[in-house]
Design a protein around this ligand. Structure first.
Ligand code: NDP
Length: 258
């Protein structure tokens, strides 16, 4: 097994992309900590993985809270005997025209999408550097590379994740650790269900039209599966991917080629 014995923490692992990442890495033999705020969701994911014969444990964590992140680091390190891979996946989305974005919305998005990535990376990276091996994968977005109407706050937060990824990757490049980002287009998760509902509410389009609009962002005319993102994360964690560092890899069927 490529992944055997890797010890992994996935933030936002209770559903959607994070749950798919936890499942795929566990199926490859990793021991996985599934972290998020909703304890029912992380317990459900972890117990399903255990029932399938994998090693997984749920741990409550709010990535915006330094004390909560430090508690996650301490518990995960003790439970797994160390942490080799951190997947910074926890995130929230919103959309509004610039004039309607409140400072509160802006700060809430940055707290989870940017400060959360910063706090978790700062917590887990030193032990990876010390052991001379580690992987950090940040789940950014294709709008970490391009802008689009009505998502100034979300896109700015994901651009920040890409800049953070590139800088930290440069900092640890000679120390056996890689830091990369994945940049998906729309993915079939609750976040996208919410996006469709928001478009319907604000524009009066039908749900089918709203969904077709999202699909038309990709030349493949589709919304992507969480497993496709999980596979991208898995490949970055493979030992043979050690030369890939500081990259922000787009998964959108070819709309954004960078
Ligand atoms: P979901 O809303 O389905 O899941 C988000 C996860 O993040 C949940 O487990 C949620 O759990 C967790 N989370 C949110 N806030 C916090 C917090 N403060 N502390 C800890 N965990 C938190 O979203 P997706 O699976 O769709 O998204 C996952 C990531 O992928 C996000 O970073 C998102 O921006 C990114 N992405 C998503 C795309 C999409 O189309 N769906 C496209 C491109 C990128 P809880 O609320 O219980 O804490």
């Amino acid at each position: 097994m490529k992944f055997n014995e890797q010890r992994v923490v996935v933030t936002g692992g209770g559903r959607g992309i994070g749950a798919a990442v936890a499942g795929m890495l566990a199926a490859e033999g990793a021991s996985v900590v599934v972290a998020a705020r909703s304890t029912d969701q992380i317990e459900a994911v972890a117990s399903e993985l255990r029932a399938a014969g994998h090693r997984a444990v749920g741990m409550a964590c709010d990535v915006t809270d330094p004390a909560s992140v430090e508690a996650l680091r301490a518990r995960a390190t003790e439970e797994l005997g160390g942490v080799d891979v951190l997947v910074n996946n926890a995130g929230i989305a919103s959309s509004a025209p610039l004039r309607a974005i409140t400072l509160e919305d802006w700060n809430r998005i940055f707290a989870v999408n940017v400060t959360g990535v910063f706090l978790c990376t700062q917590a887990f990276l030193p032990a990876m550097v010390k052991q001379g091996w580690g992987r950090v994968v940040n789940v950014a977005s294709v709008v970490g590379k391009i802008g689009a109407p009505y998502i100034a706050a979300y896109a700015a937060s994901k651009h920040a994740v890409v800049g953070f990824t590139r800088s930290v990757a440069a900092e640890v490049a000679a120390q056996g650790v890689t830091v990369n980002a994945v940049c998906p287009g729309y993915v079939e998760t609750e976040m996208t269900v919410d996006t469709v509902e928001r478009i319907v509410r604000k524009t009066g389009l039908s749900a089918e039209q709203a969904r077709a609009n999202l699909e038309s962002n990709s030349p493949q005319r589709r919304v992507f599966e969480a497993d496709e993102v999980a596979y991208q994360v898995l490949s970055l964690c493979d030992r043979r991917a050690r030369g890939v560092n500081g990259q922000a890899l787009v998964l959108d069927g070819g709309a954004v080629q960078s």
